[in-house]
Write a protein that binds this ligand. Structure first.
Ligand SMILES: [Zn+2]
Length: 312
């Protein structure tokens, strides 16, 4: 493997590790606080330093997952909501110069999905969909063994497919897309709207709701809480049904914070898939929880480094 390094860059922390195999990394994992408020140069320098420490010298190549829309081919980060100043930033070339080695950049959700395909729930498949459900909904598509990036890295926005023309607005302003209904934020907003409409519920009315509070209420028998999870599950399932019809994937993995509430979503999700998907591709597609959890980002970055720099 030479000295190939994967970096998982987040808004609060940087994790870096050296590759020891196609999907494995060595210890110790180098951790740094992200100096986000000091601007992009400081963040890039901290990543380069973490990579050098992980490699025990100058790395032979780095792959880094960055939380925002970006163009992996051009090496440009368009925006990163938790990293001030990462706007149209030539992050790949900046990190290559700071670290003294070639660099590949990718969106963090894409690399998490790549990890789930290479070493998690989707291993062994040729076509695979990863859906990460948290405050928003993102994902990754593997088609015939390749991570689909689309024009300027824009593919795999699985959270922004149409679900209900009269549905709530998502974080990006789309009326009725999946994210507005089935993300953690969407679930909380639907429950708050039901309370405002005067529906009877055990949910607290004096503070903001989140997915975990609503899940507890749903498990305790609260009808409003159970309904918003059922609606989220059905919306996820119908969108998965559409993806199954288009892509014919062998597996779909659901990751992110919502995996802890998968029990509440699963029944409506499976029924929703069957509403839309043709029987044959549905019968060939496994659907379940992602396996790597919070490790997916770093596994994906390491795996992408090995894939991007095969001669090292
Ligand atoms: Zn949307």
């Amino acid at each position: 493997m030479g000295r190939l390094v994967g970096i998982d860059l987040g808004g609060t922390s940087i994790r870096a590790a050296v590759a020891t195999g196609p999907t494995s990394y060595g210890t110790p994992v180098v951790r740094r606080a992200t100096p986000a408020s000091d601007g992009p140069r400081a963040v890039i320098d901290a990543c380069a330093e973490a990579a050098r420490e992980a490699a025990g010298g100058t790395p032979e190549g780095i792959a880094i997952g960055i939380p925002g829309p970006l163009d992996p081919t051009g090496g440009i980060v368009f925006a990163a909501p938790h990293l001030p100043g990462f706007e149209n930033l030539p992050a790949r070339d900046m990190l290559a110069e700071a670290a003294g080695c070639p660099v590949a950049i990718h969106n963090d959700s894409n690399l998490a999905g790549y990890a789930e395909w290479a070493a998690g729930m989707g291993r062994g498949t040729h076509s695979f969909v990863f859906v990460i459900v948290g405050t928003g909904i993102g994902g990754a598509l593997i088609v015939d063994g390749n991570l689909r990036v689309g024009v300027a890295g824009t593919a795999a926005e699985v959270g922004h497919v149409p679900c209900d023309p009269d549905g709530p607005v998502c974080g990006q302003g789309h009326p009725g897309c999946l994210e507005g209904i089935a993300s953690g934020t969407g679930i909380a907003r639907q429950a708050e709207a039901a309370l405002r409409a005067g529906e009877a519920s055990s949910l607290p009315r004096d503070r903001p709701l989140d997915g975990a509070i609503i899940a507890r209420a749903a498990r305790a028998g609260d009808a409003v809480a159970a309904r918003v999870y059922a609606e989220a599950g059905r919306a996820l399932g119908r969108s998965f049904g559409g993806l199954i019809n288009i892509l014919g994937p062998e597996a779909i993995a659901v990751g992110g914070g919502v995996t802890g509430q998968f029990d509440l979503l699963e029944g409506p999700l499976r029924r929703g898939m069957a509403e839309i998907a043709f029987a044959t591709p549905l019968g060939h597609c496994r659907v379940g929880k992602a396996e790597l959890g919070s490790d997916a980002g770093l596994v994906g970055a390491v795996a992408w480094a090995v894939r991007s720099f095969p001669g090292s």
